[in-house]
Each structure stands twice: as structure tokens, then as C-alpha cells.
Design a protein around this ligand. Structure first.
Ligand code: ADP
Length: 482
């Protein structure tokens, strides 16, 4: 393979020789071909960003080499090094890194100012990109007036304005809602396919793996394994065993952080507990997502479950499909009472009648599902347990324990199987109801994680550069206006 990027035995050690020395990359040797779409994947802290920024040229390895287009990046002379970062590399960040005082158009043409390009050409080039990404109408606005998705498209445009050969992206959709994230991921895919750029992307989110030609799994600073995506036509020749052909590789996508042993265990458990293949499960997940989004009715869902797998369905036998549909829609419907419970303000110093009413209804659902005998003392106990669990006064384990505890000891006296069923059913209602409730509260990224801090630091480094450029652009524009 003729590679565009090669790393040779790259080590990156932070704070070498000090008490807080940390080996972030250990002996990383990889090769990436031109036009490949590569994802660096792994848990937070495994070294993905370190590898990305080493390739970008801002983080020199402690030992080893980064070779891009035949040149050892950290041995380039200063002029070539500037050209390398400007002409070879384009970058986009999780938090966009746009300059708030400049318009969208100026932000995009910023990287062109050093090229000595006449302003009209510069502007036309930038405008073309804004048009391409559907944001030309906001060209003269400041970035802060744009949605997150629009800002990230501005940052895509900026990263492409120099027509770099390699586009690198550090968790580029980590701060976006699902719809904007998909739009940006599709844009990156298009840039890889149509513009034929090499794309390197860092993510810890497994759902984006299908975009890549190959995924480099990192763990503790090492490249653990490299897996080629069988659904994409490969750029390089793939050796046998490198594509996801086994069920274990398929499972690795669903449970990306599990070891091969844990995956074998999952494969066997799946065989023992359900008669669905992982292909069917993946499809079932997609269909279930459509139900949650409210775009598929109960009837359509059941229909899709029984449709042949080859025709896009799930290929599940009708009686099983019917039972699955019934249970799913029942849980979703009944969990609305958990949502109502959360929305009902807690009354002070009075018996909370509205909430008690909802608890009673949840109890009726559980009794109905498991045909429990209507013994008044038992029902009273059950009400208490459900109340405590729904309020969050006791844990799932404690609730389960109380359900099993003999009646004479103050428990529900259910046998182990019924106690497990009841507890599981209640947890499903709570999970659906609570997450429905939480979905409507804004999700906040974990800005305290080491990874976020690290990304921030790298961004700051780059921001300095962009701020300088912004100053130069202002002065240049003033000079041109005279
Ligand atoms: P990832 O991108 O996979 O989340 P990073 O490449 O950001 O991981 O970091 C890899 C490891 O290196 C982390 O455990 C992090 O704590 C450590 N690390 C990163 N930057 C520094 C630094 N400047 N000093 C010390 N340790 C660091």
C-alpha cells in the first residue's frame, strides 16, 4: 500500500521523567492510504486525540516518526512545516473554534489570507463553500447567531477552504443534537467520497463506525486492532480476517469496549436466551428507534417484524412478533404515567393524591401483566414498594429484595421468579418514563473529563493561531479598503 500517512513506532510521553509521567502512546505504527476514511476509536483517555494531533503536527512524538506524503513531519524546515499545516491538513473541532468577532464569511476565508489571494477570489471561494453546505444565507452574520449544526458546517467550510488533502476531526459532532450530528457526519462522508479527501476522525461513539473504511481501535495508548468495514468498498487491499465477518466482530460494534472473551460470552448468552441473530437485533433496534421517534405505528411495527429479512424486515415468526409488539407498546403507553408522575409537582405536607393515583395505576399494570392474586395486605405492601422505588427512595436491588422477602417479615412474599419479573417490569416503566422526561432537558457534555480538558488545550493552541490571523485579516481589509 502506498500510504499518505505513516507513523513509525510513535511514543508520546507526557511529563517525561516527572512523577506524573504518562505514556499516552506506545509504539504506534500505522499506515493510512490516501482517500481512506479512518476512525480512531476507543474509550476516553486511550490516546485518540494524542495520535490525531501528533499527525496534525502540533504534538511531537517523544520518539518515533510521523511521515506524511513521504516527509517526516517534525523534521520539516519551518517554511515547509507551515505549508504542511496549511495545504496538507484541515482541521475541525468539537467546539467549532470560530472567531466570534468575525462574520461567517470572514471566518471561512481566514486561512486564505496568507496565500496572497486577491480579496474577490478569496471571497468567491469561501462563498462557494458556504453555498455548498447550505449556509450562504448566513454569510454576513456572526457565528453566535447560528445554530450548533450551522456553526459546525461553517467550520467544515473553513477546514476545506485551503483544499487540504487530509481532513482531521476531533469529536466533531460531540456537541450537536442527533439530527445536526447526522448531517455533519454525512457531509464528512461526502467530502471523503466526492472530494476524495483522506478523513481522520476521532470518536468514542460506536454509532459512527459504519462511516469509516477502517477503524483503529485504541486501548491504553496502543492500537489494539484494525478492522475494515465490509459494507464499504475498500481503498486498500484487505487481508483475510480484517473485515467484520464473524459474529464476534459484529458484536464488537454493539459492545465496543468488551474484550474478545466478553464478546464470546455475549454470543453464547444470546444463543441461550433469545432466538434472534445479531443482524435481526440490529434491525430491531432501528425499528424500535422509529417507534420511539413516533414515526412508526404499532401496526407498521408488527408488519416490519414479520417481513422477510431480505426485504428489509426482521424475519421474526408471527406469534413472537405479535407478543413483542404488544409488550413494547404496552410498556411505552404505561410508562407515560411515570412521565406524568415526574411532571406532577410534589405537594408539601399533604397526601400527594395525584401522585398516589399514578402509583396505583402502575400497580394495576404490574398486576395485570403477571396475573397477581388480589390480596389486600399484599397489595398495600406492593403500593409501598412501588412508591418508594418510583420516588427513588430505594434502589432497584432493594425493591427486588423487598418483593422477595417473606410476608411475615414485611415483604411481598413473591417467589424468586415472580419477584424478578415484577421488578424488571417496573424498571422498564421507570426507564422509559424517566428517559422520556430527561430527553426534554438539555443534555450537557461532560466538560470536566480529562478528554474534554485535553481537547480544550489543543483548541487553545490553535485559537492563538486563528486570533493572530484574525488581526492580520482586519488590518489587510483596512489596507485594501484604502
Ligand atoms: P482520548 O482522546 O482517547 O480521550 P487523549 O489522547 O486526550 O485521549 O489522552 C490520552 C491520555 O493521556 C489520557 O489518559 C490523558 O490523561 C493523558 N494526557 C493527555 N494530555 C496530557 C498532559 N498534557 N499531561 C499529562 N497527561 C496527559
Amino acid at each position: 500500500m502506498r500510504s499518505i500517512i505513516t507513523t513509525e513506532k510513535v511514543d508520546v510521553t507526557y511529563n517525561p521523567g516527572q512523577s506524573n509521567e504518562f505514556k499516552a502512546l506506545v509504539n504506534v505504527s500505522i499506515e493510512i492510504a490516501a482517500r481512506e476514511y479512518i476512525i480512531f476509536f476507543g474509550p476516553s483517555g486511550c490516546g485518540k486525540s494524542t495520535l490525531l494531533y501528533s499527525i496534525f503536527g502540533v504534538l511531537a512524538p517523544t520518539s518515533g516518526k510521523v511521515i506524511v506524503k513521504g516527509d517526516s513531519v517534525y523534521e520539516l524546515d519551518p517554511v515547509d512545516f507551515v505549508m504542511y499545516q496549511r495545504k496538507t491538513m484541515g482541521i475541525m473541532y468539537q467546539s467549532f473554534n470560530l472567531i466570534p468577532s468575525l462574520t461567517v464569511l470572514d471566518n471561512v476565508q481566514l486561512p486564505l489570507i496568507f496565500a496572497g489571494m486577491p480579496p474577490s477570489v478569496r471571497e468567491r471561494q469561501a462563498m462557494e463553500l458556504l453555498e455548498r453546505f447550505g449556509i450562504a444565507h448566513v454569510a454576513h452574520k456572526r457565528p453566535s447567531l447560528l445554530s450548533g449544526g450551522q456553526q459546525q458546517r461553517v467550520s467544515v467550510a473553513r477546514s476545506l477552504v485551503n483544499d487540504p488533502e487530509i481532513l482531521i476531526a476531533d469529536e466533531p459532532v460531540g456537541n450537536l443534537d442527533a439530527v445536526s450530528a447526522e448531517a455533519v457526519m454525512n457531509t464528512l462522508d461526502e467530502i471523503n467520497r466526492n472530494d476524495k479527501k483522506t478523513v481522520l476522525l476521532v470518536t468514542h461513539d460506536a454509532k459512527y463506525l459504519p462511516y469509516a473504511h477502517r477503524v483503529f481501535y485504541l486501548d491504553y495508548g496502543k492500537v489494539d486492532r484494525i478492522v475494515a468495514n465490509p459494507e464499504k468498498r475498500q481503498i486498500i487491499k484487505v487481508r483475510p480476517g480484517e473485515t467484520i465477518v464473524t459474529e464476534i466482530e459484529q458484536l464488537a460494534r454493539i459492545y465496543p469496549y468488551d474484550t474478545p472473551e466478553q464478546l464470546r460470552v455475549k454470543s453464547l448468552i444470546n444463543f441461550l436466551t433469545q432466538n434472534l441473530s445479531f443482524d435481526q437485533i440490529v434491525r430491531l433496534e432501528k425499528m424500535t428507534q422509529h417507534v420511539i421517534e413516533g414515526v412508526v405505528s404499532e401496526h407498521q411495527f408488527q408488519d416490519e417484524l414479520t417481513t422477510d429479512y431480505e426485504q428489509g424486515g426482521c424475519g421474526i415468526k408471527p406469534p413472537q412478533a405479535e407478543e413483542m409488539t404488544r409488550r413494547m407498546f404496552q410498556v411505552l403507553e404505561q410508562s407515560k404515567d411515570i412521565v406524568r408522575f415526574r411532571r406532577t409537582p410534589q405537594a408539601e405536607n399533604t397526601i400527594d393524591m395525584a401522585r398516589l393515583e399514578l402509583i396505583k395505576r402502575i400497580q394495576v399494570y404490574m398486576i395485570g401483566e403477571y396475573a397477581i392474586e388480589q390480596d389486600s395486605r399484599l397489595l398495600e405492601r406492593l403500593t409501598k414498594m412501588i412508591t418508594n422505588r418510583v420516588y427513588g427512595y430505594i434502589t432497584r436491588e432493594e425493591c427486588h429484595r423487598q418483593l422477595r422477602l417473606p410476608i411475615e417479615d414485611g415483604g411481598g412474599g413473591f417467589d424468586i421468579y415472580l419477584a424478578a419479573d415484577l421488578s424488571r417490569y417496573l424498571e422498564k416503566l421507570i426507564a422509559q418514563g424517566v428517559s422520556h422526561f430527561q430527553q426534554h432537558q438539555e443534555a450537557k457534555p461532560d466538560s470536566n473529563s480529562i478528554h474534554a480538558q485535553q481537547a480544550k488545550k489543543f483548541e487553545e493552541m490553535d485559537k492563538g493561531m486563528f486570533a493572530k490571523l484574525a488581526g492580520i485579516l482586519h488590518r489587510k481589509k483596512e489596507a485594501e479598503a484604502k
